[in-house]
Design a protein around this ligand. Sequence first.
Ligand code: MG
Ligand code: ZN
Length: 226
Amino acid sequence: MIQRIPVVEKILSANDRLAEHNRTKLDSAGVFSYNLMASPGAGKTSLIERTIAGLAGRSRVAVIDGDIATSIDADRARAAGAIAVQINTGGECHLDAVMLQSALDTLDLNSVDLLIVENVGNLICPASFKLGTHTSVLIASVPEGDDKPYKYPGMYRGVDALVINKVDLLPYVEFDMEYFRRGVEILNPGLVTFPLSCRTGEGLEAWLEWVAAGRIEEMSAEGSPT
Ligand code: MG
Ligand code: ZN
C-alpha cells in the first residue's frame, strides 16, 4: 500500500535561500528595491533614466544593470545621476541571486534609498529566478504587440506592477489595448498598471509617485522576495 506523506515544509532552492539573504541585507540597510523585467528594447533603461531624474532630490537611487555584455546601461544610469553597477552575465539570459549578491557587495547601501535592478531583456526565465528584491515590475511596450500576456503568462502572472511604455506610438501601431489588458487581468487580476511614454513624459508622474512610495514595512514578514 502506498502511503501519502504530506509535504508541509517548503524546501527552498539554493537560489531562493540566497534571495532571502539579499533581502535581509537590503532590509537592514533600509533600501527598498525593484526588479525590472522586460523584453529587449521595451524601455527598461529609458524608464530608469526618467526615474532617476524624476526622483532627484527626493531619493538616492542606485542601479544594478544586468546584461550579457557591455556596460552601456550602467553608463546611462550613471550619466543620469545614479550610483550604478554593471553585471555581465557572460551569456546567461537572466540575473540570479548570486549575481545580485556580488553586485550588492560593491555598493555602499547606507547611502542608498532605492535600488533598481535592471534584469536581462527576456520575458521567460527572469520570472523564475528570485533575486531578493521587494517588488517586481514588468515593462511592456506598444510595439511588442498586444498578444504578449497570452504568450508569456509566467512573466505576467508573477509581477507586482506593470508599465505599458511607448503609448505615444498607439496611433501608429496595431495594438488593441482592451485585448492586451484583458489578457493581463486573467493572469494577474487588479495588477497596478502605468501606461506611459518615456519619450514624451506622459503618464510618468503616477509611476514616479508609486516608486517613491516604496517603503520597507517594519513588521511585515509577508511579501516574499521577488
Ligand atoms: Mg537596458
Ligand atoms: Zn535565462
